[in-house]
Design a protein around this ligand. Structure first.
Ligand SMILES: *Cc1c(COP(=O)(O)O)cnc(C)c1O
Length: 357
């Protein structure tokens, strides 16, 4: 993993600016997207019917709960994902954590769980990041991925809400989720989510992820990077990739499927829409058929893990279509702007970043 591939060739970040003094002693050039144990994690518990009140940092390590826990048996759990970035002068920034807090609350309501308040969530995330500050990679080497988990940890044999809940926040230094641009396969057998507002596709329920493995494992065995899912009602419109949103570009207009209950409302998606509008592009949220996508100039994905990533090809049944990639693409321009804001290299005029050091 080179510096350039991490930051999408952003010139502002040269090797010389890397501040390694305050970082953990590890080879930052070998960072990937896999578990790295850090120093602390955050735990806050709450009984059913109560509100979350007091949490604390504990040493990072194994967690213990009853075999009857509802997260294990019935999937009563949701997660979040956000990143802390180190700036050129060594400050640490969080990107829009209150958005994750609000999304967690919506997911918690759907799964009948109490949720921390926005303030509690943001404070807990900040404490976790600060306590693990030495694991925030130097600028250009990656970021600290923060994973809040809200889960039913009380014992219940009934198919019913848990008597106890735990907010657990842990973190891990990461670089890019995907290496290079993506070759996507359109999945026509399995669906990620139920169409419409009746399902759980719109929340980060832990139950939404293992069901995509059948499709992604088969696609990866065939050399694809990931799978693009279609809507389960008609099988005609694109929805999203297993864990990131999708955009198509044609001329000066950018389209992305509207969040209609089956699509996860990504915070990166929302941020990219705002950045694109500010740059003068037309952005539309609406249904996009596979055919329309195959006719696009450019296709890209967004998500906290992937940031913004170009799609180099999409394969639908027997048809493979290639798209524009590289430094001249709109997706790279959007990526540079977003990463610039996240790392404090570009002025944040929207109040998206929070300084935590
Ligand atoms: C988390 C997630 C995304 C991206 O959301 P961000 O807030 O941008 O990280 C997109 N799709 C799915 C299914 C996800 O779980």
């Amino acid at each position: 993993m080179t510096l350039h591939s991490v930051l999408g060739n952003s010139e502002q970040n040269s090797e010389s600016s890397v501040d390694v003094e305050n970082c953990a002693d590890m080879n930052w050039d070998e960072l990937g997207f896999s578990p790295v144990p850090t120093d602390f994690m955050y735990v806050m518990k709450c009984a059913k019917g109560d509100e979350f009140s007091q949490g604390s940092l504990v040493p990072y390590g194994k967690i213990e709960f009853s075999p009857f826990a509802t997260i294990l048996n019935y999937g009563q759990g949701i997660f979040e994902g956000l990143k802390a970035y180190r700036t050129e002068d060594g400050r640490i920034l969080l990107f829009r954590p209150e958005e994750n807090a609000r999304r967690m609350k919506i997911g918690a309501d759907r799964l009948c769980m109490p949720s921390p308040s926005v303030d509690q969530f943001v404070t807990a995330v900040k404490q976790t990041a600060v306590a693990n500050k030495r694991w925030v990679p130097p600028l250009g080497k990656g970021s600290l991925y923060i994973r809040p988990l809200l889960m039913g940890t009380g014992a219940s044999l009934d198919v019913a809400p848990s008597p106890e809940y735990t907010l657990l926040i842990y973190c891990c230094p990461v670089t890019n989720y995907h290496k290079g641009s993506l070759n996507l396969k359109v999945e026509s057998k399995f669906y990620r989510a139920i169409s419409g507002t009746g399902g759980t596709g719109g929340i980060k329920s832990v139950t939404n992820y293992a069901p995509v493995y059948a499709a992604t494992t088969a696609a990866k065995a065939d050399g694809f990077s990931d799978v693009l899912f279609l809507d389960s009602a008609t099988g005609k419109n694109i929805e999203e990739v297993a864990a990131c949103n999708v955009f198509v570009v044609k001329g000066n207009s950018i389209c992305t499927p509207e969040t209609n209950g089956a699509i996860l409302p990504g915070i990166t998606r929302k941020s990219i829409i705002d950045i694109a509008l500010d740059l003068g592009y037309q952005v539309m949220e609406r249904a996009i058929s596979v055919e329309e996508m195959l006719d696009a100039d450019e296709v890209f994905c967004t998500g906290t893990a992937v940031v913004v990533n170009s799609v180099s090809s999409v394969t639908y049944k027997e048809t493979r279509v290639e798209f524009k990639t590289g430094p001249e693409t709109l997706s790279q321009k959007l990526r540079k702007t977003l990463v610039g804001i996240q790392t404090g290299c570009i002025e944040d005029t929207r109040g998206w970043t929070i300084r935590i050091d």
